[in-house]
Write a protein that binds this ligand. Structure first.
Ligand SMILES: [Zn+2]
Length: 377
């Protein structure tokens, strides 16, 4: 398939998540208008970065479907602008691309599949066994006796009558049960949800997607990873492997550092959600620059620049002040302070994902670097 491409520095779109775009570049406005008029309303989003004096484009991207559009034309100058909201749909591999005469990129892409593993032991189970083992991960049962007023007078833990579990039949195969447990959808999702709750105790498991593929994208979107790690997660074609890889990252990472000088900026436990979609969302400024921003309660090693302003604030009722790294003066994000009495929290920080790098226990075990990038023609 061939789609027009939008390249964004420091922003990686994940399926299921929303990206806002604003443009006053007339060729881009015309391109987005033609996408809006097309039946599928879809374009491709690929990340871009500047490295050693040249632009490098990611070889993995996500298709985006426009669901909201606003066109405006300035009467005096005749310049038109466009604001669109688009939702990430499917991951793709960028096979090749060309630049049209107007400078718009057209990419030839291949949609990447999400391969569900399923239950490998299911064909080995008898129907009676399936009935007995439907709650295999519940090791014990509680039997409680109560008096007439509902007070607990006795509580007994019951060992399950049957030792059969969903994994018992693994003994009939070449691999032991623990191998099957490593790739079991239900168990991996449970581990991820437990890890996420340690990270943010207000994050209710019911607010998280119940589908493994959607949960793997939620995690890919909301952990503030650097571009290379995020693209690595997006390049994995199995939701279970993506979740396992995210678990590995969450186990090793507890702090986030300045991308340039590696000073500690914030911790995993400071991250919280200001929007319903999760702690990390994309916002566009009046210049058309998209910032993926993670909201945190606490941040260190930052200094403020200028006065607080409420102009074009992404969080209504909060004034923003530019924040930079105290050591290397790189732009890190903004401090948001409440301007109305009833607002809670009174202050928080919005940090750019592209300015942060996860502080890992051992970076050498991370995925291969540079694999998902190609230089732009
Ligand atoms: Zn720094």
């Amino acid at each position: 398939m061939e789609f027009p491409l939008v390249t964004l520095p420091g922003t990686i779109l994940v399926p299921g998540h929303v990206i806002p775009l604003y443009s006053h570049n007339q060729h881009e406005v015309a391109m987005l208008k033609s996408v809006v008029d097309s039946p599928h309303k879809t374009f491709g989003v690929v990340a871009l970065r500047f490295d050693q004096h040249r632009h490098i484009i990611a070889s993995i991207g996500t298709t985006a479907e426009i669901y909201s559009v606003k066109n405006e034309t300035d009467e005096a100058s005749g310049i038109s602008t466009i604001t669109v909201l688009a939702q990430g749909r499917q991951r793709f591999e960028l096979i090749e691309y060309r630049r049209t005469i107007t400078g718009v990129l057209l990419g030839k892409i291949r949609i990447l599949p999400d391969a569900e593993l399923g239950n490998a032991l299911y064909p080995l189970q008898s129907s009676a066994q399936r009935r007995l083992c439907c709650h295999s991960d519940r090791e014990e049962d509680m039997k409680v006796a109560m008096d007439s007023k509902g007070r607990i007078i006795s509580c007994v833990r019951m060992k399950p009558r049957s030792k059969l579990t969903r994994f018992s039949n693994a003994n009939l195969t070449w691999w032991p049960p623990w191998v099957y447990k490593m790739y079991d959808t239900e168990l991996v999702m449970k581990r991820i949800k437990t890890a996420l709750q340690k990270w943010d105790d207000k994050l209710h498991p019911q607010k998280l997607p119940s589908d493994a593929t959607k949960l793997s994208y939620w995690v890919t979107q909301n952990i503030p990873l650097d571009d290379t790690l995020k693209l690595h997660l997006l390049s994995i074609n199995s939701p279970i492997q993506r979740l396992r890889c995210a678990l590995g990252i969450m186990d090793k990472c507890s702090v986030f550092c300045c991308q340039h000088c590696n000073k500690d900026i914030t911790g995993m436990s400071s991250i919280f959600s200001m929007s319903v979609s999760g702690p990390l969302s994309a916002y566009v400024n009046p210049g058309g620059h998209v910032h993926e921003t993670v909201t945190v309660h606490e941040a260190h090693n930052l200094s403020l620049q200028g006065r607080p302003s409420t102009e074009h604030s992404w969080f209504p009722g909060y004034a923003w002040t530019i924040a930079q790294c105290r050591h290397c003066y790189s732009h890190m994000g903004w401090k948001f302070t409440a301007t109305r009495k009833e607002l809670q929290p009174r202050k928080f920080w919005g940090l750019c994902r592209s300015s942060l790098v996860p502080g890992m226990a051992d970076l050498n075990e991370g995925p291969e670097q540079e694999s998902s990038w190609t230089p732009v023609m």
